[in-house]
Ligand binder design. Structure first.
Ligand SMILES: Cc1cc2nc3c(=O)[nH]c(=O)nc-3n(C[C@H](O)[C@H](O)[C@H](O)COP(=O)(O)OP(=O)(O)OC[C@H]3O[C@@H](n4cnc5c(N)ncnc54)[C@H](O)[C@@H]3O)c2cc1C
Length: 317
């Protein structure tokens, strides 16, 4: 079976023979953001790709199945082999990777990329600093740790998650830069508190764009929330406009107080800026009903008089 240390020694000895163009088939293990983006990049560079994930779909942390199924179609239509619902148990080979073994099948490959997540780098000072359940430094809304003169920012620190109203861990560059601003102001004697975050994110694969913020239906239910969704799909612009694409939207809101806790959008049109409205809605605890008559401008070049945001909100339970 494969031994990492032997493989590294062998690779060092034979590195002259190994060039990035030498491999033909790659297994990308983990179909989160990085895995899906890598699958596209390898495929665009002429490699055969199998994308493996133990979840039943790709991007399962950020979108509901109705959305991820579309992304799976895009990947498949562009030649990526999908192996979802399979747990990798072994990476096998003699002197280099030869196959990936899952609990269901085996895949002959000559390269593997592990994109299965990471742990925050928070060992430094661990004996003094309070940490979150995944080991990240636990910080307050001013980015202070439990020691008054020690701040933590970026991927090593917790965030305040507005969608669940609690401390959480969401590693993103966007969160990192904001946490840096907050810590810098406080460390320099000013006073600033984070607004909290929603984990807003986006991905674009072969021109298919998906953006989301806050919680999916599935995730909200896992947090024990009684939620429902307002869904709509329509063209971005009036149908007399030449260049037009359909847009799919889901707004997730609580049944008890009707506060919005998440939103997802998908389209070949660049509708990405629309998700910022929902990020603010979650931050400010806006109800789905407040969106029904919200003043959204209309110009045929951009959208419809009753666009999909209005229509989804009007259709809410
Ligand atoms: C492939 C990939 C793609 C990504 N794409 C996106 C994206 O599109 N959008 C997005 O929002 N986020 C994205 N992210 C996440 C984003 O990169 C991170 O959230 C962000 O870089 C975190 O910034 P940071 O400064 O906390 O950590 P890092 O950028 O990891 O910087 C930490 C630095 O600390 C140094 N360091 C570590 N330990 C020590 C020590 N003991 N002493 C001194 N220095 C030390 C490291 O060398 C490193 O330079 C992506 C991440 C990856 C891996």
């Amino acid at each position: 079976m494969y031994s990492w240390s032997n493989a590294i020694k062998t690779r060092k000895r034979s590195s002259k023979n190994f060039t990035p163009t030498a491999f033909k088939k790659v297994a990308v293990i983990g179909a989160g953001y990085i895995g899906v983006e890598l699958a596209e990049a390898f495929k665009r560079n002429g490699k055969e790709v199998v994308l493996i994930d133990c979840a039943p779909t790709c991007l399962s942390g950020y979108y509901d199945r109705d959305f991820t199924d579309h992304m799976s179609d895009v990947l498949e239509k562009n030649g990526v082999q999908l192996a979802f619902g399979e747990r990798v148990t072994k990476i096998a080979g003699k002197s280099r990777v030869e196959k990936i073994i899952t609990d269901k099948k085996e895949y002959a490959v000559d390269m593997a990329v592990l994109a299965v997540g990471f742990q925050p780098n928070a060992k430094l000072g661990e004996e003094h600093l309070e940490r979150f359940r995944n080991g990240a430094y636990r910080v307050n809304r001013q980015q202070r740790t439990n020691l008054p003169d020690v701040y933590a920012i970026g991927d090593c620190a917790t965030v305040f998650d507005n969608a669940i109203g609690e401390v959480n861990y969401i590693a993103l560059a966007s969160n990192a830069v904001r946490s840096g601003i907050v810590a810098a102001v406080n460390a320099c004697g000013g006073h600033m508190e984070t607004e909290g975050v929603q984990g807003s994110n986006g991905i674009s694969i072969w021109g298919y764009n998906m953006v989301s913020t806050g919680l999916t239906l599935e995730k909200a239910r896992r947090y024990g929330m009684d939620v429902c969704s307002a869904d709509f799909e329509d063209y971005q612009k009036p149908q007399f406009m030449k260049h037009n694409e359909s847009v799919k939207i889901r707004i997730v809101y609580r049944r008890d107080n009707r506060v919005i806790v998440g939103a997802q959008m998908a389209s070949r049109y660049d509708m990405s800026m629309g998700i910022h409205l929902f990020s603010l809605a979650i931050q400010e605890r806006v109800t789905i009903d407040r969106l029904k008559l919200l003043d959204l401008f209309f110009l045929p070049h951009f959208n419809q008089p009753y666009n999909y945001i209005t229509m989804a909100a009007l259709g809410a339970e």
